[in-house]
Design a binder for this molecule. Structure first.
Ligand code: IPD
Ligand code: CA
Ligand code: CA
Length: 267
C-alpha cells in the first residue's frame, strides 16, 4: 500500500472516532449556520483539525485544503491534500447515521490517493491511482448497467442552488421516467463510493464542491466508472456538475439531462 494512503486512512479513522463519539452524545454538538441551507458544527471543525494533525505529523511540509479550516500552505507544493471532514453534516446533526470523511491527495496536480470513510458502518473505501478501488480491502467494480432502464441512480438535491431547481426537477423527471428509482441519501461522498461499489448504478448532481467529490472521483474511476460534466466533458471540478457510472450509463444520463438544462449548467 502507498505510504500516503496509509496516512490518509489513519487520519480518516482518527476523525471517525471524534465524529462517532459526538454522534452518540448529541448534546455536545454545536450547530452553526454557515450560509443559506449550509450547516457546520464544532465536530466538523474538530474532525478536520484531527485530519490535518494526522497528515502534518508525517508530512509537515505538505499543503492541505479543507472545507472548514481552509488552506494550510506547506513549503512542498507538489503535495496537496483535500478534505471534507464530514460530508453529510445535515444527516449528522439530525441523527441520521449516513455521513463520511473524505480525504484525497493530489501529487503534482494529479489525483493520486483517495479515502472515503463511513465511521458508523466501518466502511473504508480507498483508491490509489492505477491500483484499483477497494472497500475494506475487497476490490470494487461499478455496475455494468449501460442503459437507464432498470437502474437506480443516486442524486443530490440542489439545496444550495435553488435557482437551478426548475432545470433540476425537469431533468429529474426525464431520468426518473426512464430509470427504476432514485436515491437522495445526503452524502455526495458516499453516493460516489456506492457507485464504485455497484450499490447504485450511477450518480448525477448540480453544484458540488471539489472537496466532497475529489476522493470519490478517483474511487469511481479506479472501479471502472466514467465521470463527466453535463456537456459530456471533464469540467466538473470547475462547474460542480457531475455525472458518473459505467461509461455507457454516464453517456445515457447526460443525453437524457441535456435538453432540460440551462446554458449555465452546460458550461
Ligand atoms: C453536503 C452533501 C450533500 C449535498 C449538500 C452538501 P456537507 O455536504 O454532500 O450530499 O447535497 O449540498 O452540502 O455540507 O454535509 O459537507
Ligand atoms: Ca462537510
Ligand atoms: Ca460536503
Amino acid at each position: 500500500m502507498h505510504p500516503m494512503l496509509n496516512i490518509a486512512i489513519r487520519a480518516a479513522r482518527n476523525a471517525g472516532k471524534v465524529i462517532v463519539r459526538a454522534f452518540e452524545e448529541p448534546n455536545k454538538i454545536e450547530v452553526q449556520q454557515k450560509g443559506s441551507n449550509d450547516l457546520v458544527t464544532n465536530i466538523d471543525k474538530d474532525a478536520e483539525a484531527v485530519i490535518r494533525d494526522s497528515i502534518l505529523k508525517s508530512y509537515p511540509d505538505h499543503c492541505i485544503v479543507g472545507e472548514e479550516l481552509g488552506e494550510h500552505k506547506g513549503s512542498n507544493t507538489d503535495y496537496q491534500w483535500i478534505i471534507d471532514p464530514i460530508d453529510g453534516t445535515a444527516n449528522f446533526v439530525k441523527g441520521i447515521p449516513h455521513f463520511a470523511v473524505s480525504i484525497a491527495l493530489k501529487i503534482k496536480g494529479r489525483l493520486d490517493q483517495a479515502v472515503i470513510y463511513d465511521p458508523i458502518r466501518g466502511e473504508l473505501f480507498t483508491a490509489s491511482r492505477g491500483q484499483g478501488a477497494q472497500l475494506n480491502n475487497k476490490r470494487l467494480r461499478v455496475s455494468k448497467a449501460n442503459e437507464l432502464m432498470g437502474t437506480i441512480l443516486a442524486t443530490s438535491f440542489p439545496n444550495k442552488h435553488k435557482h437551478h431547481l426548475e432545470a433540476y426537477t425537469k431533468s429529474f423527471q426525464a431520468l426518473f421516467t426512464q430509470t427504476a428509482d432514485m436515491r437522495r441519501a445526503g452524502s455526495t461522498a458516499l453516493d460516489l463510493a456506492y457507485v464504485a461499489a455497484g450499490r447504485v448504478d450511477g450518480f448525477y448532481a448540480i453544484g458540488l464542491k471539489p472537496w466532497e467529490t475529489i476522493a470519490g472521483q478517483l474511487i469511481v474511476k479506479e472501479a471502472g466508472g466514467l465521470l463527466m460534466d453535463f456537456a459530456g466533458g471533464n469540467n466538473f471540478n470547475e462547474s460542480g456538475n457531475l455525472v458518473c457510472g459505467f461509461p455507457k450509463l454516464s453517456q445515457a444520463i447526460v443525453k437524457e439531462l441535456r435538453p432540460h438544462l440551462t446554458d449555465t449548467l452546460l458550461r
